[in-house]
Design a protein around this ligand. Structure first.
Ligand code: MD6
Ligand code: FE
Length: 194
């Protein structure tokens, strides 16, 4: 379910919260198990954070770059995720992990499934800020046809139930600077990982 503009009222509180997360755990380019450096830079907040390196994908309690716990999930993040999930019919969503992705012009995200979480019965809540993106929403096989969904500043997507494991990705971002964030897109996705 796409909740157009749902995050807009939260933006004034989200921006300083993101700046705080970045101070403790900066965005960085991680390497996939296949040896590719991701064009998207990522960081995390919450009890668990998603990471990748040559050994695989996993959730960790500690930022591998700093050796310290991931930054605490800001209250405004949790509230946004919980309220968006409820709006989509998922009551009492209590995420323990939030993955933040930063895209610069040309950054893309290849088709993938989100399946490193323990709880597939809980949804994922995804918030888009900054430059627009074309999101690819596919099927349950990588080769299944995809539909293109434009995502703008403030849009929130909630996925769950039968659609939780669909393949998805993001087309290369076009440079059309955003009034507030400039030439970047920030996406964050909330999960119940444990
Ligand atoms: C993005 N989002 O929008 C990347 N994954 O930049 C994801 O990979 C994603 O939006 C699972 C659920 C929702 C998502
Ligand atoms: Fe994903």
């Amino acid at each position: 379910m796409v909740l157009r503009g749902f995050a807009l009222p939260y933006v004034p509180d989200l921006m300083p919260a993101i700046a705080g997360i970045e101070t403790t755990s900066p965005f960085r380019h991680m390497v996939t198990p296949g040896g590719f450096t991701m064009s998207v830079a990522l960081t995390n907040c919450g009890a668990l954070g998603w990471t990748t390196d040559r050994r695989g994908y996993r959730y960790t309690t500690v930022d591998p770059d700093t050796g310290k716990p991931w930054p605490v999930m800001p209250e405004v993040f949790f509230r946004l995720a919980n309220e968006a999930a409820a709006e989509a019919g998922f009551d009492d969503f209590e995420p323990d992990a939030c993955l933040l992705n930063r895209y610069l012009p040309g950054s893309r995200l290849a088709l993938h499934q989100d399946k490193n979480e323990q709880a597939y019965e809980t949804p994922i809540v995804s918030v888009s800020l900054g430059m627009r993106a074309t999101f690819l929403f596919g099927g349950h096989a990588r080769t299944a046809p995809t539909i293109k969904v434009p995502l703008h500043h403030g849009d929130v997507v909630v996925w769950g139930g039968a659609d939780r494991l669909r393949y998805h990705g993001v087309m290369p971002i076009k440079d059309a600077p955003h009034a507030l964030l400039g030439s970047q897109r920030i996406n964050f996705t909330f999960r119940k990982a444990a």
